[in-house]
Design a protein around this ligand. Structure first.
Ligand code: HEM
Length: 472
């Protein structure tokens, strides 16, 4: 007993010394100014209550006004430096893997799996990132993917009734597209059952990752196992086919063969990789599809101009003729609408990173191990960078060659640096084709008032119900 008390006191004294030294070191560093709020909770409650409304901007606006565009706060259990500054955001993105590394909450990392691209680091990340890029680049989309994007979107719209929840309908589309691109499956019972499990996995992203306390998290873990089981079966079958010399021209084919032949990825690695790709492209693209329609509905002039652009393309085609790459390239106003939707309501409002060493930025030091949040949204909605920044105005992109590029410090809806979204062109094509078929086949009105909120993710509260009418 005496020994136990002795050890306990040594432990306590060491912990106190460690905390004092750390506090002393932090006082010596010039941290970005800010307020850490209450013990433990910090400013988390203020952040959540702001992001649960249609106008979350005051959370960052007020702090940026008081402390400057790089400030310290304390959210989700730890001190975090927020950046609403384009140069700092660029610095953070470009120094991924050197001064910073990606950092997801425990719930998301556990559910994604350790081999997911989103969590990978170092050389393997570089190789897998460039493989993903090469599979979703313009020439692959043009030569292989576009035909299925067009066909599957049309198939979905053909089944629409006179009232739908647009958010749900768009999610179904993007999931089916992802499954097709990854493993060449057409929609059916298998993909629909996979999607149902998927929805549960994603719900688990926004819970406390403690199975004992959260039924949602327990359900998510179970659903993750189901998804992994279903995908493992496919990977195993496809590997056997591959070994017999059968080749398929899809993402799974690329993961099984090609440059990986010498240095094979295990089935578990491939499954984790696919789980993450399905997550990355599914929720993001479908949200932008829905929000583009929401903003167009609220901006009749823009909707009229979009219709004109797409009716013009349809007029040159016979009845059900599919869209070609040249059609996609002749949708300038559609690109303005997509840019503007991504600017005012991107589902990825910014990215979290963790410092791997003390980092000096703008005369301040961010200590090693601290979280940083590069807020894209704060820059996109800053009046200094965009005129009337908080108004949806697709015409602002008319003469802007940022239209299809992902570069520039001010406009980064797809991130940047080594983790630049590999699906940025694919997402644009999917949204453009979706808008084409929607506006040429239907007119619609909102079925109910619906509110845009930003926590736990960007979405409309009622999944955007609309009443549809087929156009003649
Ligand atoms: C409108 C739709 C989309 C938006 C707004 C979007 C946005 C983003 C952003 C901001 C990042 C960077 C995350 C970071 O730096 O930590 C990212 C990463 C990623 N995106 Fe997208 N994305 C979209 C669609 C897609 C699609 C269709 C795919 C499918 C190929 C995809 C695959 C990925 C992957 C795999 C990553 C992780 C890259 C890495 O960590 O190396 N995304 N996305």
């Amino acid at each position: 007993m005496a020994i136990f008390v002795h050890y306990l006191s040594i432990l306590l004294i060491s912990a106190v010394i460690f905390l004092l030294l750390r506090a002393y070191r932090l006082r010596l560093l010039r941290l970005p100014p800010g307020n850490l709020g209450l013990p433990f909770v910090g400013e988390t409650l203020q952040l959540i209550s702001a992001y649960k409304t249609e106008n979350p901007e005051p959370f960052i606006d007020e702090r940026a006004k008081r402390h400057g565009s790089v400030f310290t706060t304390h959210v989700f259990g730890e001190p975090t430096v927020f950046s609403a500054d384009p140069e700092t955001n660029r610095f953070i993105l470009q120094n991924e893997g050197k001064l910073f590394e990606c950092s997801y909450p425990g719930s998301i990392s556990n559910l994604l799996g350790k081999h997911s691209l989103l969590l990978m680091k170092g050389n393997l990340h570089k190789r897998m990132h460039s493989l993903t890029m090469s599979f979703a680049n313009s020439s692959i989309i043009k030569d292989q993917l576009l035909v299925d994007i067009d066909r599957l979107i049309r198939l979905n719209l053909d089944s629409w009734t006179d009232r739908i929840l647009l958010m749900e309908a768009a999610k179904k589309i993007t999931f089916e597209l992802a499954v097709k691109q990854l493993m060449s499956f057409d929609p059916g019972e298998w993909s629909e059952s996979l999607r149902k499990h998927y929805v549960l996995v994603i719900e688990g992203f926004f819970t406390v990752p403690l199975p004992l306390f959260s039924a949602t998290y327990r359900r998510a873990i179970k659903a993750r196992r189901e998804v992994a089981g279903a995908l493992s079966k496919i990977v195993k079958e496809r590997r056997e086919e591959y070994e017999k010399g059968e080749r398929k021209n899809d993402m799974l084919g690329a993961l099984l063969g090609g440059e990986w032949e010498e240095d094979q990825l295990s089935n578990e690695q491939i499954v984790d990789f696919m789980v993450a790709l399905l997550v990355a492209g599914y929720e993001t693209t479908s949200t932008i599809m829905t929000l583009a329609v929401k903003f167009l509905t609220q901006t009749p002039l823009a909707l009229a101009q979009l219709k004109e652009e797409h009716d013009g393309i349809r007029l040159k085609k016979s009845g059900s003729e599919g869209l070609q790459w040249s059609d996609y390239k002749s949708m300038p106003f559609t690109q303005c609408v997509i840019n503007e939707t991504l600017r005012v309501a991107n589902i990825i409002s910014g990215v979290f990173r963790r410092t791997v060493t003390d980092v000096n930025i703008k005369g301040y030091t961010i200590p090693k191990g601290w979280k940083v949040f590069a807020s894209f949204r704060a820059v996109h909605l800053d009046h200094d960078h965009f005129k009337d920044a908080r108004t949806f105005n697709p015409w602002r992109w008319k003469n802007n060659n940022l239209g299809t590029s992902c570069s520039g410090n001010f406009y980064t809806p797809f991130g940047g640096g080594p983790r630049l979204c590999p699906g940025y062109e694919l997402a644009r094509v999917e949204i453009s084709v979706f808008l084409h078929h929607l506006v040429t086949q239907f007119s619609w009105v909102p079925a109910e008032e619906d509110k845009l909120v930003f926590f736990p993710t960007t979405r409309t509260q009622k999944r955007f119900p609309i009443n549809l009418q087929r156009r003649r």
